[in-house]
Write a protein that binds this ligand. Structure first.
Ligand code: PLP
Length: 424
């Protein structure tokens, strides 16, 4: 039987035989990419992201599942003077048929990732998160009864809750920042039975997030000219580029890549600064001076990744280059105005990251970087939290263990091993 997909190293171009690989066995510093046998996007009868099952690296859907929704808003279009503005929303808003009860587009990646790991041997993923990703995995764990290990900075614990009680989440709180949480998660992923979730290197994560662009293209009948999103790691933006490449290969949605317009939150804007000089590598002293304090000042902490997949082959630099992309630095004041704009025009409380993306669109419209009649997709990557609170009881997740930032040692691993043993 012809396999549904293969994995290819983007930099080297070779097929990677082991589809569970997260990096190139030939040693290229590159992301791997799925290559689907079906060049045509065939819509399935499933709902949510599994409508796009054809271009997801899984054989079966995880149901019921939510997905992104694409819609237009006369009010928002009028406010911005953009006649062909569409919104991709990944969050919760029954009026917009948006049912992601973990509140962000991280649920899209979590759905595809959990299903894939389950199909490939029921390994338990270890996820480092600044909050939203951890909540997405914890929420799905609670919904489907699949175990997950989540590692977050202690300051993010309050962002972890579920709408059904979570029985199968091993939550590690790290007294440090997101980078420290990543270090702890790397150590924990070596515990037998566990695997690193892989971040941007995980093809299921990227293809799950890419459904935002698939849904938009199917709804609008074409690939948009411009794509706006706020980025921390940039994984969602890389996914948008890859989804557009597949749509071009399909042939029915257009032949041009959307231009990526990506935003970060001042004063922490390393990708903006590196891209302005068209540098593939970061210079920490120029791009992230005084990072710990800069990170404390932003309104959207999920946008503060210090080691995003930027220079790696097939990463964000390549995505920006291929799409003639543009980066935007957005202040908290602009972000707050973006938040009010979305709330007033769509009736949704956006995630602060989505407010930052909106502010970038406001900048672009004012500067004439986008034309009034261009086809534009604004990715509102999260929101609807107030409505989730109204419609559901929220269950906070208590840390199974709290560790200091340098803890990667045997005691913690032994504790995790005992927990993993339950799942046999
Ligand atoms: C709501 C929301 N929007 C945007 C982003 C940025 O996504 P990425 O890290 O894929 O660039 C995040 C990251 O956590 C997020 O939670």
């Amino acid at each position: 039987m012809i396999p549904k997909y293969r994995i290819r190293c983007i930099s080297g171009g070779e097929i990677v035989p082991d589809i569970t690989s997260l990096s190139c066995p030939a040693g290229h510093d590159s992301l791997l990419r799925t290559e689907y046998t079906s060049r045509r996007l065939q819509l399935s009868y499933h709902s949510g992201i599994f409508r796009y099952l054809c271009w997801l690296p899984v054989t079966a859907p995880l149901l019921p599942s939510g997905g992104p929704v694409t819609f237009t808003s006369d009010e928002l279009s009028r406010e911005l003077g953009l006649s062909r503005l569409a919104i991709s929303f990944s969050g919760y808003s029954p009026e917009h048929h948006a049912s992601l009860t973990t509140g962000s587009f991280k649920e899209l990646e979590a759905l595809a990732t959990l299903q894939r790991l389950w199909e490939l041997g029921k390994k338990i993923p270890v996820i480092a998160s600044a909050g939203n990703t951890g909540r997405a995995f914890a929420g799905l764990s609670a919904q489907y009864g699949k175990p997950v290990v989540v590692v977050v900075p202690s300051s993010a614990v309050s962002r972890l809750w579920t709408t059904t009680p979570a029985q199968d989440v091993f939550l590690v709180a790290v007294d440090g920042d997101y980078t420290d949480a990543i270090a702890v998660s790397t150590a924990l992923a070596t515990v037998p039975g566990c695997v690193p979730e892989g971040g941007a290197r995980n093809v299921a994560r990227r293809d799950g997030m890419g459904t935002t662009v698939l849904d938009a293209a199917v709804t609008l009948g074409r690939i948009p000219d411009h794509y706006f999103q706020a980025v921390g790691s940039g994984t969602g933006a890389i996914a948008a580029w890859e989804a557009a490449l597949r749509l071009i290969g399909d042939g029915r949605y257009g032949t041009k890549l959307p231009r990526l317009h990506l935003a970060q939150n001042k004063p922490f804007t390393p990708i903006v600064l590196a891209w302005q000089q068209r540098r593939r590598t970061f210079k920490p002293e120029l791009d992230m001076p005084d990072a710990p304090n800069a990170i404390k000042e932003v309104m959207s902490p999920v946008l503060t990744n210090r080691s995003p997949p930027y220079g790696i082959g097939g990463g964000l630099f390549d995505a920006l280059q291929a799409t003639e992309g543009q980066m935007y630095a957005v202040s908290n004041d602009e972000g707050k105005k973006g938040m009010a704009l979305i709330r007033d025009t769509l009736g949704i409380d956006p995630d602060p990251a989505a407010a930052v993306a909106t502010a970038a669109l406001v900048q672009a419209a004012a500067a004439g970087t986008v034309g009034p009649d261009d086809s534009i997709l604004l990715n509102i990557t999260g929101g609807g939290y107030e409505r989730i609170r109204e419609d559901y009881t929220l269950y906070p997740i208590e840390p199974s263990v709290t560790v200091n930032q340098h803890e990667t040692g045997d005691t913690l691993k032994a504790e995790l091993s005992r927990w993993v043993a339950h799942y046999g």
